[in-house]
Write a protein that binds this ligand. Structure first.
Ligand code: SF4
Ligand code: SF4
Length: 303
């Protein structure tokens, strides 16, 4: 009994770097859900809506529109990572350690640390707030990112299943197969990205390795865990190749597919990280233009 209790205590102290815990989500699995966003991803998709999840460690957001150039952050920074130029703070991303001193110093809330280390116990405290909603809506908890398998999701998944919650995981397949195999007993539903079926294009745009992704998909096919394939539809990348992608997905044996129309809603976060957003001039895609692709197994948009 004591050994079991010790195991649970150890599990509940496992630590994760999380960028956000979003309550009342309805597009990332059945029912009402809480989505936990993991930090860290090997891919760098130029359309990414969550660029703050790329690096595994906490990072600094700087909102230029709130900055008056007062210089308080510069004085507070122990790493001398801040200069004032043209009336605005300019951050050296190489020197910044993410210590957060500038966040405290800034009276205008122009600085913010994105990414927080949380234990399983702390994550559960947030997730448990909506346990009644999960029950009435047949919802649960979805782990997303970033790439969930860049960290070890097993302790958190075990804790969620111990509470009887439905668990879903969103992944892009850029991780080791072993991690998926270890976690699968505690996963009820997998959303797996297939961004392209052309390995060269996938590598060029995202850094992803199609062979590795395919290995995970083939493994998933040997299990009884339900899988929904997700395809972000991106102008100039895969919008013209959707029939080929659907053929590829079905050839691998998957029927359920969601086409997710491009949206530029992550743009502000690219700016706050001082990164150039490649789709600055690209408008949100009207999902109606994908209507012809809808069929029994293909939905337009998430669920
Ligand atoms: S303290 Fe805030 S407002 Fe002042 S320069 Fe720094 S970021 Fe800008
Ligand atoms: S987070 Fe710390 S190191 Fe980075 S700019 Fe702010 S004060 Fe400097």
């Amino acid at each position: 009994m004591k050994a079991k209790m010790d195991g649970i205590l150890d599990r509940d102290e496992a630590r994760y770097t999380i960028t956000n815990i979003q309550r009342f989500a309805t597009h990332d699995g059945p029912g009402i859900r809480t989505v936990v966003f993991f930090k860290g991803c090997r891919l760098h998709c130029p359309w990414c809506a969550n660029p703050e999840t790329w690096k595994p460690e906490p990072e600094l957001f700087h909102d230029d529109s709130l900055c008056t150039g007062c210089g308080r952050c510069q004085k507070a920074c122990p790493a001398k990572a801040i200069a004032i130029s043209a009336g605005k703070a300019v951050i050296s991303r190489e020197l910044c350690t993410g210590c957060g001193s500038c966040v405290t110093a800034c009276l205008n809330k122009a600085m913010e640390i994105t990414g927080q280390v949380m234990t399983v116990r702390e994550i559960l405290a947030e997730v448990d707030k909506d346990r009644d909603y999960y029950q009435v809506s047949r919802g649960g908890v979805t782990l997303s990112g970033g790439e969930v398998f860049q960290q070890d999701p097993v302790p958190l998944l075990q804790a969620l299943k111990a509470r009887g919650y439905h668990t879903a995981v969103e992944t892009e397949g850029a991780y080791g197969l072993e991690k998926l195999q270890q976690a699968l007993p505690w996963i009820d539903l997998v959303y797996h990205d297939v961004k392209h079926c052309d390995g060269k294009k996938l590598k060029q745009f995202t850094g992803g390795d199609l062979e590795e992704i395919e290995e995970h998909l083939r493994y998933l096919k040997t299990t009884d865990v339900p899988v929904v394939i997700r395809v972000p539809v991106i102008p100039g990348f895969n919008q013209g190749d959707l029939e080929d992608i659907r053929f590829y997905v079905r050839h691998l044996g998957f029927e359920q597919m969601q086409l997710l129309p491009f949206h530029p809603m992550g743009k502000g976060k690219w700016h706050k990280l001082d990164r150039r957003y490649p789709y600055e001039q690209t408008p949100m895609m009207d999902k109606e233009i994908l209507a012809d692709f809808a069929d029994e197994g293909t939905r337009i948009g998430g669920q």
